[in-house]
Design a protein around this ligand. Structure first.
Ligand SMILES: [Mg+2]
Length: 121
């Protein structure tokens, strides 16, 4: 089973994302901020990380940089989530190591197509 770590400070968004991913046959874990996500990835790197941008403690961007420097047994794909207002962040995120992005709010079809692009669906 493919694994996805959903990283978002919103419990509601994590729940929605988990539901969609489970219908796509992913095993899902959740983290509430980048720091929590980094600790998780260092212990058990998932196939893909669905990453929020704005979070307390450690933002999506800070997580990407830390992930780039971390020594992991394997490197997860990263799909980061942005909003209409945050579209300017896309290039910075890709440069920092993100593989794809998805606009919030996303539906099953959109997320599925992004997972296909990174080779996981
Ligand atoms: Mg957020």
């Amino acid at each position: 089973m493919k694994t996805c770590l959903v990283v978002d400070d919103s419990k509601v968004i994590r729940k929605v994302a988990r539901h969609i991913l489970e219908t796509l046959d992913f095993s899902v874990a959740e983290a509430g901020d980048g720091k929590e996500a980094l600790v998780y990835c260092e212990a058990t790197p998932p196939d893909v990380v669905l990453l929020d941008w704005n979070m307390p403690v450690m933002s999506g961007m800070e997580f990407l940089r830390a992930l780039g420097e971390a020594e992991l047994s394997r490197r997860p794909k990263v799909v980061f989530c942005t909003t209409e207002n945050g579209i300017g962040h896309i290039r910075a995120a890709i440069e920092a190591g993100a593989d794809e992005y998805v606009m919030k709010p996303f539906d099953r079809e959109t997320l599925y197509s992004k997972l296909q692009i990174v080779g996981l669906a």
